[in-house]
Design a binder for this molecule. Structure first.
Ligand code: FE2
Length: 289
């Protein structure tokens, strides 16, 4: 149960750090499973994304097809100019997504616990729906920057309810690209939704353009050094943040990786936009904890 102090911090800051949420054994099991998935992954499956002339099309198909499957995505800097991996495959993957929590028993068990169900309830998510899971590697040396954004951009509901659970699987520091956020940036004028990542009608009409696009909604500037704080957390910490909270992470130029696992959860009482990129059909309906 969240304490009154934690509830207040959640309301005020739009983010909450819960140190020691997971044991090192739980984390080790998840990391081991992620490595097994990468081990089984044939790079040719998505290498075409970087090496064919029809790059946008193949990248779009591979990405869109990951909504209800488990797929590996490379770091942008993983390949040399000849299209060959610059380092071992296991050090080249940016992330695994996006249905680990529904399709893999180890990830399902990690993602659906009584403690998480209680936490979701404490945060006001009466009918939690877990839309997406991602295992993020933030590889040493080449781990890419994730620019400032709000997660509601990708999971719009009316009203906005999307909440992110960010599990630190390794110590996250300034050196290896920890999260940055703007405390309170989910509220008031700062908390306006700036962008919306949505499906276009391209696929339906057979038009030669991307099936997804970023729509600009509001020109409110992103945080800067004056209002952003670094969220350096130890392995085992759970960072929870509001869907409108601006956050960012720098590239990892250090020699240490920064593994994390994330879940994106909405409240089933809000209306999930049919334009969101990630949709679930009747064959695999969205579920809670
Ligand atoms: Fe995010």
């Amino acid at each position: 149960m969240l304490t009154a102090t934690q509830q207040l911090a959640w309301q005020q800051d739009g983010c909450l750090v819960l140190p020691g949420f997971n044991t090192l054994q739980e984390i080790a099991a998840l990391r081991q499973r992620a490595l097994e998935i990468v081990d089984c992954f044939d790079p040719m499956e998505s290498k075409t994304v970087f090496t064919t002339n029809d790059q946008t099309r193949t990248a779009d198909d591979y990405f869109m097809g990951s909504a209800a499957t488990i797929r590996c995505f490379f770091e942008e800097e993983a390949f040399d100019t000849q299209g060959e991996l610059k380092q071992a495959k296991v050090l080249s993957i940016n992330k695994i997504g996006h249905a680990l929590h529904d399709l893999d028993p180890i990830f399902d068990a990690f993602s659906r616990t009584g403690a998480l169900a209680q936490l979701a309830a404490d945060l006001g998510l009466a009918e939690p729906q877990i839309w997406q899971s991602q295992y993020i590697f933030k590889q040493p040396g080449i781990g890419g920057e994730v620019r400032w954004h709000q997660d509601a951009t990708f999971f719009e509901t009316i009203p906005i309810t999307v909440t992110t659970f960010w599990f630190a699987l390794e110590d996250a520091t300034l050196e290896n690209g920890c999260l940055w956020a703007e405390p309170g940036g989910h509220r008031g004028q700062r908390g306006v939704l700036r962008e919306r990542f949505v499906r276009t009608d391209a696929a339906k009409n057979g038009v030669a353009r991307s099936p997804v696009a970023m729509e600009k909604l509001d020109a409110t500037p992103w945080p800067d050094a004056s209002n952003a704080v670094a969220l350096e957390v130890a392995a085992g910490s759970l960072v929870v943040f509001h869907g409108l909270l601006p956050h960012y992470s720098a590239a990892n130029r250090s020699a240490r990786s920064r593994h994390a696992y994330t879940l994106h959860i909405t409240d089933g009482r809000s209306v999930y936009s049919p334009r969101n990129w990630l949709q679930r059909g009747a064959a695999m309906p969205v579920r809670g904890f």
